[in-house]
Design a protein around this ligand. Sequence first.
Ligand SMILES: NC(=O)C1=CN([C@@H]2O[C@H](COP(=O)(O)OP(=O)(O)OC[C@H]3O[C@@H](n4cnc5c(N)ncnc54)[C@H](O)[C@@H]3O)[C@@H](O)[C@H]2O)C=CC1
Ligand SMILES: O=C(O)C1=N[C@H](C(=O)O)C[C@H](O)C1
Length: 267
Amino acid sequence: MNNIKIILAGPRGKMGQEALKMIDQTPHFELVAAIDSKNDGMQVKDLAGCPSSMNAPVYDDAENCIQSVEADVLIDLTRPDIGKKHLEMALNHGLRTVIGTTGFSSEDLERLTELAHEKKTGAIIAPNFAIGAILMMKFSQMAAKYLPDIEIIEKHHDQKLDAPSGTALKTAQLITEVRQEKTQGHPDEKEDLQGARGAELEGIRIHSVRLPGLVAHQEVLFGGEGQLLTIRHDSMNRTSFMPGVKLAAESVMKIEGLVYGLENIME
Ligand SMILES: NC(=O)C1=CN([C@@H]2O[C@H](COP(=O)(O)OP(=O)(O)OC[C@H]3O[C@@H](n4cnc5c(N)ncnc54)[C@H](O)[C@@H]3O)[C@@H](O)[C@H]2O)C=CC1
Ligand SMILES: O=C(O)C1=N[C@H](C(=O)O)C[C@H](O)C1
């Protein structure tokens, strides 16, 4: 496989730190720069917790980085407001991009899909890189055809900025592809405390739990007459996401346009 030159945005973050290790351990990956909110002009190896072999410059200005460094792929693991800006910027420069950052609305996805198409540039937005989470979403889509009353409970660490999670939104979106919109619960139900019934997407209820001690977990509950099916996935650590990040960085080299969801590139 040809060498892939990578710019990583978010090298000091929880996911960024894991991604640096994965890049370091992948012979055909080469880190050529990092985009950080500070530390401009430093080397990645000098940032706390980063592999000592990484002789790549840090930029605090993403536009300057993309213009100055010869790279094949930008991997973004930052925060919702920044991930969107980075993807738009990269597409405008014709740079292929893998986005793990969540918090994209359906309007964002529509706009960025059009831009990727217009710029004839490959991009992957993957709300969840863990293989088990992809299977949970696919199994949920299968089950929804037969058990259409569904509630999603996603549970994450308390440092998470977006709610509901990207995975919960993607799960709900996959379900809406096979299920008619429907009202769940009693037609006259009323929330005595606002938010008690969670968020709602085409009738599917989504509940977000944030607690220290959690990493990334989701249960999809399907209720039927006299029965309950639960499909559950747990990421115990962030290493669980790395095979998916690697696959996305390899796959984005071969596509044109924007792909939303790792399930679309898995064989
Ligand atoms: N797709 C997936 O499988 C997964 C996605 N995520 C998502 O990835 C994102 C990052 O998650 P974590 O690493 O847990 O968060 P984190 O808070 O640990 O790391 C985010 C990093 O982004 C950096 N950052 C902020 N502004 C920046 C800027 N302008 N330029 C460059 N870097 C900037 C911060 O300094 C921080 O180091 C979140 O949106 C999260 O939801 C997290 C886990 C798995
Ligand atoms: O912020 C996180 O941690 C995670 N974010 C992604 C999401 O919003 O679904 C993926 C995973 O759940 C971890």
